[in-house]
Design a protein around this ligand. Structure first.
Ligand SMILES: Cc1ncc(COP(=O)(O)O)c(C=O)c1O
Length: 391
């Protein structure tokens, strides 16, 4: 029987040995063997089959991390998935697996600010140059390709400015020029878009967000195809960037309901977006306007939209924008997203990646909303009452 992925998520990782519906958390630094011969046998197996789950030391993971990797590999339809202690760790691992001193990488200009700082500033210390391209003008990719270009790194959509890029064109430019590709797919997750199947070499998801879904764990995943597997494996081994078993367990538990939660986030966000799109005080940054380029690009490549959106607000009265945000009663003020709850943030200049792509003038503000799993009519009523403060 060929069950769907939704069914697989509910039935996988049962533990018949311990008679528990969920897998045990296996915590280990030292792994005990019956004899030296057993150690050598395991090491030989690990050499022969590096994704087979053979461990001789806790840094390589335990059965708990291996189960999570297997589930994610199926979800991504990839060759393998590496799991990291944070989502940002997966961004770091992707770049440092393939870029070396003297190389250049091309990167979406509207990436979220930690990725911007890593690529723009920190890479310089390793003599790796980052060149930023305009997400809506892919000629800026072709124009900047040199013999040194190793990687095209895409964040789609930009998680503050929400522009959708022509991913098919990016892949064909990369293939024509024999350049590797990576995408930060945290907004959609492979539930709505499968980058490795589509042609990317590497795909990052912050498991802190929708995978775990309950705002109580940090983690990341880096899915790869066969072509880059060895490079990433080598970098993983040499950086020690591996997820611990307790976090792996929580992420596996969250994944059981990924489909149900994302479907509801999407449904709720659509209702809130319909309400927000009627208000002239701001521009909604979310794929909803059918004749827009962003909508066309989203529709072309994605099977759904998650719960994160932006509002570009025009107002000379900054205090009134703050008051609007502070008056929201059902939205928490805090970083991150992808949990079950709604969140709001008034983004400051330093947090918006490259301000240019938001076209934010002095009297414009960005408010980011994460639409959670509450009743959407309550969320809309809450936004309605808070909007009274916006001048
Ligand atoms: C688009 C995107 N990628 C990666 C990350 C990094 O994830 P983490 O916070 O798990 O390190 C974030 C976190 O906010 C993000 O928004």
């Amino acid at each position: 029987m060929n069950n769907s992925f939704k069914t697989f998520l509910k039935h996988t990782a049962k533990d018949f040995h311990n008679q528990s519906v969920n897998p045990p958390v296996v915590r280990a630094s030292t792994i005990i063997f019956k004899s030296m011969q057993h150690i050598r046998k395991t090491q030989a197996k690990a050499q022969k089959n590096p994704i087979g789950g053979h461990y001789d030391y806790g840094r390589q993971g335990t059965s708990t991390t291996h189960i999570l990797q297997k589930i994610l590999t199926k979800l991504e339809e990839s060759y393998h998935v590496f799991t990291t202690p944070t989502g940002f760790g997966a961004v770091f691992l992707a770049i440092f697996s393939v870029a070396r001193p003297g190389d250049e990488i091309l990167i979406t200009d509207s990436v979220y600010s930690p990725t911007r700082i890593l690529t723009q500033d920190f890479l310089k210390e390793f003599n790796i140059k980052a060149v930023f391209f305009d997400p809506h003008d892919l000629k800026t990719i072709e124009k900047n390709i040199t013999k040194k270009t190793k990687l095209i790194f895409v964040e789609n959509p930009g998680s503050n400015s929400f522009e959708f890029q022509d991913l098919g064109k990016i892949i064909s430019i990369a293939r024509k020029n024999k350049i590797l590709t990576a995408i930060d797919n945290t907004w959609a997750t492979p539930y709505y878009f499968k980058p490795i199947k589509f042609g990317f070499d590497m795909s990052i998801v912050s498991a802190t967000k929708y995978y775990s879904g309950h705002s109580d764990v940090m983690g990341g995943s880096l899915a790869v195809n066969k072509k880059v597997f060895n490079k990433v494996k080598t970098a993983e081994r040499n950086t020690g960037l591996r997820l611990g078993p307790d976090d792996a367990y929580l992420i596996t538990r969250g994944l059981r309901t990924l489909d149900v939660r994302l479907d509801r986030h999407s449904e709720n966000a659509k209702k809130v977006a319909e309400f927000l799109s009627q208000n002239k005080k701001f521009k909604l940054l979310y794929p909803y306007k059918k004749n827009s380029y962003n909508f066309k690009m989203w529709k072309k490549y994605y099977s759904g939209a998650s719960g994160l959106m932006g509002l570009k607000i025009k107002s000379n009265n900054t205090n009134s924008v703050r008051k609007f945000v502070n008056s929201l009663k059902l939205f928490g003020y805090g970083y991150s997203w992808g949990g079950f709850e709604s969140l709001a943030l008034h983004q400051e200049y330093r947090e918006t990646g490259n301000r240019k792509y938001l076209n934010l003038s002095k009297d414009e503000h960005l408010v980011r909303l994460h639409i959670g799993l509450e009743d959407p009519s309550d969320l809309i009523a809450d936004i309605k009452q808070a909007l009274k403060h916006l001048k």
